[in-house]
Design a protein around this ligand. Structure first.
Ligand code: ZN
Length: 297
């Protein structure tokens, strides 16, 4: 059943609040509402990936990371909030002779507890999707254009992956498994985790899908799979095939803010047709984005 845009954005917001932070949730939803398909794909893709594929699923919830940090009595409330919002919790069982370490719930990067911060997390694990999404959303209000090449590449990957996931979640096996009385959100969440952690593979048989729920559900706090309706988030996305690399590349001059010199620099990018369309859609929906980041008013 298709959900209305307000219902969908409300759901997106509450899920991001529970796992990222209220600030990230507000900014991401603002961007989602005003942007074209590409950013919607990016936001939905990052949310589904970071939640379902986490290496330490028991700390997916922001509140669990925060209470873990406070229990250690090593941090003030403000420090615990900041670390938890950076995706970190405290490894409470260090090996003998070892210092406590902060761990990312998504990528499991480990950081000495004294030097814990988002920048330490970023340095230890630059590819972490939690950090990348955090940085992307945070930069929406700054003068730093965030439509970077890595985001463009991620959008291309998400289009392919989410298209397959959407198809797999509507398979006959899934339809049969749903008749066994599981909450649909739980079944799709567990299936998405298997998909994300097994190179996009999903079991065909209903019995195997039910087995997935039994093995995956206990890894998460019980509320987590129910906070995100993956099928509802995927439903409005077109995820069109046939706009990929095969259509050739376009050379485009893009102005980018250079952090070192503090000025705008022109760079030539080699973009696929899909990437070019993505940029064009941003410029159309937000004319000021030609010199400022998408999403900035
Ligand atoms: Zn991480």
């Amino acid at each position: 059943m298709a959900e209305s845009l307000p219902e969908l954005t409300e759901q997106l917001k509450s899920s991001l609040e529970l796992h990222y932070s209220p600030e990230i949730a507000t900014k991401a939803v603002e961007l989602y509402k005003r942007s074209g398909e590409e950013y919607k794909v990016y936001i939905v893709g990052c949310l589904i990936l970071t939640l379902t594929a986490s290496v330490k699923p028991e700390y997916t919830l922001l509140s669990r990371r925060k209470s873990n940090l406070l229990q250690s009595q090593l941090y003030s409330i403000e420090q615990a909030s900041e670390l938890a919002e950076s995706g970190l919790y405290l490894d409470d069982q260090p090996r003998p002779q070892q210092q406590h370490r902060l761990v990312c719930f998504h990528c499991s990067a480990k950081i000495p507890h004294q030097s814990g911060s988002l920048s330490a997390h970023r340095q230890a694990s630059p590819g972490c999707y939690f950090v990348r999404f955090f940085d992307f959303i945070k930069s929406m209000g700054s003068a730093d254009p965030s439509f970077t090449e890595s985001v463009i590449r991620d959008i291309g990957r998400y289009v392919k992956a989410l298209r397959k996931l959407k198809t797999d979640l509507c398979s006959q096996g899934m339809a049969i498994a749903m008749t066994y009385g599981f909450d649909n959100k739980l079944l799709t969440f567990c299936t998405a985790r298997h998909f994300m952690r097994n190179s996009g593979r999903v079991p065909d048989r209903a019995g195997d899908l039910i087995q997935l729920v039994h093995s995956i559900q206990p890894l998460f706090h019980e509320s987590v799979p129910l906070t995100v309706d993956i099928l509802a988030l995927l439903e409005p996305l077109k995820l069109l095939p046939g706009r990929p690399e095969s259509s050739g590349y376009h050379s485009v001059v893009v102005g980018q803010y250079d952090r070192l010199s503090g000025s705008m620099q022109s760079r030539v990018h080699s973009l696929t047709h899909a990437q070019l369309q993505a940029i064009q859609s941003v410029l159309t929906s937000n004319p000021s984005a030609s010199g400022a980041p998408p999403g900035q008013s």
